[in-house]
Design a protein around this ligand. Structure first.
Ligand code: ATP
Length: 286
């Protein structure tokens, strides 16, 4: 028996860090939305009590370090499941890119083994479970558009942005989220207006969505990697309605209402950035 799950990437329309907590985590406020660039996860039932990870990507580990493995193990342990699973990951989302690829794979595995092993667990419970694997996993369990607070595990579903084009560009570097947070200094930075972003989504106002994108981690990564800054400037120059780094980077995205504009941005980057994608917002929950 086999189950297929799509694991879409996310972008941050806004990312704010409120303060560092006593437990060492940062209290965040993030508006995230899924985009139509996805890993594909195939889960095959095993009668032996094993979890096997397979992937053709040389960038992800094929063992217990893989977040997909940790998701399956967590479900097995929590619900005392005696069956096994083989998990094949078709990796399409760039790794260590700020697009939550690993978190989305983990979330897809939570949903997938729930079906494969007939557990009947609700999405809300899977999202709570997922928060033990990583801060973005709870959001990825639902997909769509949401406000994530706490360290990312409290999810409030929001209306999706008006449909538009998204150009993603990832320079040839991976960014460590931990390093970026360590260098982050909240006092010298302009914080995004999360309430205004939520209002823009509720009013389906594309211009106001674009006017309110913001990411407090952006300047940290831009200072570390000038090539990210260069991509950002290029996207703005080519006419992106909004241009922002996603997560802790290094991927930068441009939103474009018009298809011709999206293609202009895409073409302007093709020369000097290897990984460029022109896609749509996924918008609604998949
Ligand atoms: P986020 O936006 O949630 O911070 P990211 O896009 O920056 O995530 P990932 O692509 O999730 O980063 O990868 C981060 C690290 O996790 C990588 O170093 C990678 O080796 C490891 N990893 C473990 N499992 C996976 C997986 N299934 N897919 C991608 N990376 C994984």
């Amino acid at each position: 028996m086999q189950v297929l799950e799509k694991a879409p990437a996310k972008i941050n329309l806004s990312l704010d860090v409120l303060h560092k907590r006593d437990d060492g985590f940062h209290e965040v406020e993030m508006v995230m939305t899924t985009v139509d660039l996805a890993d594909r996860i195939t889960l095959t039932l095993l009668n032996s009590d094993k979890i096997i990870i397979e992937s053709e990507s040389r960038f992800v580990p094929n063992d217990e370090r893989n977040l997909a493995f940790r998701a399956a193990k967590l479900v097995k342990d929590t619900y005392n499941v005696k069956k096994g699973v083989k998990i094949f990951i078709e990796k399409n989302i760039p790794v260590a890119a700020g697009l939550a690829g690993g978190s989305s794979d983990a979330a897809a595995v939570l949903r997938g083994v729930n079906r494969l092993w007939n557990l009947g667990v609700g999405l809300d419970e899977l999202a709570v479970l997922g928060s033990n694997i990583g801060s973005d996993v709870s959001f990825c369990v639902y997909g769509g558009t949401a406000l994530a607070t706490g360290r990312g595990e409290h999810i409030k579903i929001l209306p999706s942005p008006p449909s538009c084009w998204v150009v993603l560009a990832k320079p040839r570097i991976g960014v460590s989220t931990a390093v970026v947070y360590k260098r982050y200094r909240g006092d010298q930075i302009k914080h995004p207006d999360t309430k205004a972003m939520i209002a823009a989504l509720e009013q389906e106002d594309f211009q106001q969505v674009c006017a309110n994108v913001g990411n407090v981690l952006e300047s940290v990564t831009l200072d570390l990697y000038p090539e990210v800054k260069q991509i950002k400037e290029q996207m703005k120059h080519a006419g992106g309605d909004a241009v922002l780094m996603s997560g802790s980077g290094p991927t930068v995205f441009a939103l474009a209402h018009q298809e011709t504009r999206a293609h202009r941005i895409y073409n302007s980057l093709k020369g000097f950035c290897e990984e460029v994608y022109i896609i749509r917002l996924l918008g609604n929950r998949s």
